[in-house]
Write a protein that binds this ligand. Structure first.
Ligand SMILES: CC(C)(COP(=O)(O)OP(=O)(O)OC[C@H]1O[C@@H](n2cnc3c(N)ncnc32)[C@H](O)[C@@H]1OP(=O)(O)O)[C@@H](O)C(=O)NCCC(=O)NCCS
Length: 196
């Protein structure tokens, strides 16, 4: 008989990760999130700047399954969390491309367009920055935003990210090459900001 071994995470894998903000919960994705994610991920204004093909039930299930698979990595290389408002998934926020040697991370975020304009991305990203700098001991957290994605640029600038430059032909969005601005927050920026 085959013995099944349940994978256990060391404490510094932060699994399952659950974070709370004033209005939101950030938690691991689950299979039952399918309908909530499908309520927005195929809306053109949602995916306009995102390098992903058109979404349907199959691709959405695959996305959630990939999140669940990634949760099992030890050490974890990506934290992809669902943003929950009143029991509903309204978006996602992630820390990825974890580079332990340089203590560098990238951050990404997206919201159901029905919920734009309420400061929810600010709140979720702020909490992930705190987790990244305080729990993962990040030195530098970067983000990029398409040069036409003004909403995303505003979110990063409001949070105190510094625009460091331009990344030409940085991503290919359904056949079109896109230039992004590179933004970064280093630990010193974060500390200075939280001690204001
Ligand atoms: C990028 C994205 C998350 C920004 O959404 P958003 O709701 O504008 O983000 P924020 O949380 O920063 O909200 C700020 C807005 O809420 C308003 N707001 C309302 N109540 C607020 C509150 N209590 N606190 C803070 N801001 C509040 C602000 O005035 C601001 O409005 P403005 O930009 O019109 O001036 C969203 O456009 C999105 O999901 N886009 C698709 C995916 C994407 O492009 N992701 C980024 C890839 S780089």
């Amino acid at each position: 008989m085959t013995k099944t071994t349940k994978k256990t995470h060391p404490p510094d894998d932060f699994f399952p990760l659950r974070l709370k903000t004033q209005r939101l919960t950030l938690r691991e994705f689950e299979e039952t999130d399918l309908a909530d994610v499908m309520a927005y991920n195929n809306r053109p204004e949602f995916y306009r700047f995102l390098p992903m093909p058109e979404q349907d039930e199959t691709t959405t299930k695959a996305f959630i399954q990939q999140c669940i698979t990634n949760q099992q990595q030890t050490p974890r290389r990506i934290f992809q969390l669902a943003i929950i408002l009143q029991d509903q998934v309204i978006g996602a926020v992630n820390l990825r491309n974890i580079d332990p040697a340089n203590k560098a991370l990238e951050i990404g975020y997206s919201l159901n367009p029905e919920y734009w304009g309420n400061g929810y991305a600010l709140e979720a990203v702020q909490e992930m920055l705190t987790f990244g700098f305080e729990k993962l001991a990040a030195r530098r957290i970067t983000a990029t935003a398409d040069i036409e994605n003004e909403k995303s640029q505003r979110t990063l600038e409001r949070l105190g990210f510094v625009r460091e430059g331009k990344l030409r032909d940085f991503s290919n969005v359904r056949g079109a090459w896109k230039t992004h601005f590179l933004y970064a927050m280093i630990q010193a920026d974060f500390e200075q900001r939280t001690h204001l």
